[in-house]
Design a protein around this ligand. Structure first.
Ligand code: ATP
Ligand code: MG
Length: 474
């Protein structure tokens, strides 16, 4: 019995496939992660069957529990069902061959080894038999176990062939290298560099899935640096690729913005698993290349890059096929505000500047502060300590003002209804004018964030624009 098959699920599956007289194997991620002793939150089990995968999936499900729902993907020849924590997916072993004159692969039934050949990497092609008489037997024709030991990503076939069949595998190689902390075997990496252009035929949906998997790794910079080195980044994410290089003029140099961005991404990843905060970190300086300017007096500057950057994001999200929803708005907001705490820490901090920042950042203020701290990539320890100390001061100020004025979830102390009732007017421009006068006065610290003070200001402002309060409201 093999340790990877300890769970009772394998005993049941073994009974079914043995009774059905088909050969079946656990293959891919489950075997790899088990040998690496990786703890996987999602428990996906891939079973390859020498025969009809869909049939066996249905029969297994029926034996386990007749009420289990089996999802069938006829086009892919696969079927899956959930059992407890497990997602069990079945596929018939396949062979890939090319008809002359056609670039589309013809998929035929095949042997286990045929199927292993069309897998992406040797470490993903490991199979273990689950039939009764051979239960636990290992089938590893490409020496994947050795690659697991050596921590190497390598294709089972000639890499040009593997990558040409499905170019997404080039990004997957980089994703697994980043996720598992493996290196990509030289020939395999050389082939990625050579075939990078072919990534253009892959759908953006598949690409972004892999890119997001890279971003949620512990050290996502590894993946982005490999994407850059291989030439893939230039094709799949030109705006990020555009950031590389050190700007130099008259002996004045500005740091490589690409390396800085991926370092900030690594830094934030120590603090959060929030995919969107990680995206914000990666994109915070995205407008530096388009805003860069050099003058003799001031050297390099990137005026307005935070604002221009936030405006670039919808376009980037659309092209990358990231969702155009509140997550995108959140990223835009963080990019737009990412310099504000720095400015606050450099100038004398006024209460009203702090209130304005709290008002604009709202509940995302903590994420914004985390981003700013991650943005410190200086190698100069004294500078670093100084910046961190400044941010600690800003955080103290934020806390103090928030406790006093409760701006973070700002709700106007006098609302539109009250304005309408007081002056007996219809909803319209005047209501907006009075509301914003109240908000500005609170943010500027002219009045406290309280109802009575706001009401007084409302009456005064209303009179100024020619409104008369009803008798009982003064
Ligand atoms: P994880 O689920 O952690 O991302 P995994 O190895 O399970 O890793 P999946 O994408 O779930 O990856 O795929 C399951 C298995 O299917 C892989 O281990 C591999 O054998 C095979 N596979 C997946 N995608 C491809 C592909 N594009 N080309 C070749 N084989 C693939
Ligand atoms: Mg999987």
């Amino acid at each position: 019995m093999h340790i990877c098959l300890n769970d009772k699920v394998f005993k049941t599956l073994s009974e079914v496939v043995t009774a059905e007289e088909v050969k079946a194997f656990v293959i891919g991620g489950w075997v790899r992660d088990c040998l690496l002793k990786r703890d996987h939150p999602e428990k996906d089990i891939d079973i390859v069957v020498i025969g009809n995968g869909i049939e066996i999936a249905k029969k297994s499900a029926r034996r386990i529990d007749p009420d289990i729902k089996v999802s069938v993907f006829k086009n892919f020849g696969t079927a899956m069902f959930k059992w407890g924590n497990f997602n069990i997916e079945f596929v018939g072993a396949r062979k890939e061959s090319y008809k002359r004159g056609s670039r589309k692969p013809v998929v035929e039934n095949g042997t286990l080894e045929d199927d292993q050949k069309r897998r992406d990497f040797t470490i993903n092609a490991l199979a273990i038999s689950i039939n009764k008489d051979t239960f636990g037997e290992f089938l590893d024709p490409f020496d994947g176990i050795n690659d697991l030991k050596k921590k190497i990503i390598r294709t089972p076939l000639n890499p040009d062939r593997t990558f040409s069949d499905d170019p997404l595998r080039m990004i997957r190689a980089i994703r697994f290298a980043t996720q598992l902390n493996f290196s990509i075997e030289a020939g395999t990496f050389g082939s990625i560099t050579k075939n990078a252009e072919r990534i253009r035929i892959v759908s953006q949906e598949r690409i972004i899935t892999e890119l997001n998997k890279i971003i949620v790794c512990d050290h996502p910079s590894t993946g982005f640096i490999l994407l850059e080195k291989s030439g893939l980044l230039r094709i799949i994410f030109p705006e990020l690729d555009n950031m590389k290089g050190v700007y130099k003029k008259e002996g004045k140099a500005h740091k490589d913005n690409f390396l800085h961005s991926v370092k900030v991404l690594d830094n934030i990843s120590k603090h959060t698993d929030n995919l969107w905060l990680r995206w914000a970190a990666l994109l915070h300086d995205i407008a530096k290349p388009v805003t860069k300017k050099y003058t003799q007096e001031t050297g390099w500057s990137f005026h307005g890059h935070e604002y221009i950057g936030s405006k670039m994001i919808p376009d980037i999200f659309r092209k990358l096929k990231l969702p155009l929803n509140e997550n995108m708005k959140y990223v835009q907001k963080l990019v737009d505000l990412h310099l504000r705490p720095i400015v606050l820490s450099q100038e004398e901090v006024t209460d009203s500047a702090v209130r304005r920042l709290l008002f604009e950042a709202g509940d995302d203020i903590d994420d914004l502060m985390a981003l700013c701290e991650a943005d410190i990539t200086s190698k100069n320890e004294t500078k670093k300590t100084q910046h961190l100390e400044n941010f600690r001061y800003v955080r103290r100020k934020l806390k103090e003002i928030e406790e006093k004025d409760a701006i973070r979830n700002f709700q106007p102390p006098v609302d539109g209804d009250e304005i309408i009732k007081t002056f007996g007017i219809k909803p319209g421009k005047e209501v907006g004018l009075i509301k914003s006068a109240i908000r500005e006065a609170i943010l500027d610290g002219i009045i406290p964030n309280e109802h009575d003070a706001a009401r007084k200001l409302m009456i005064r402002k209303g009179k100024e624009i020619g409104l008369t309060p009803s008798d009982d409201s003064t």
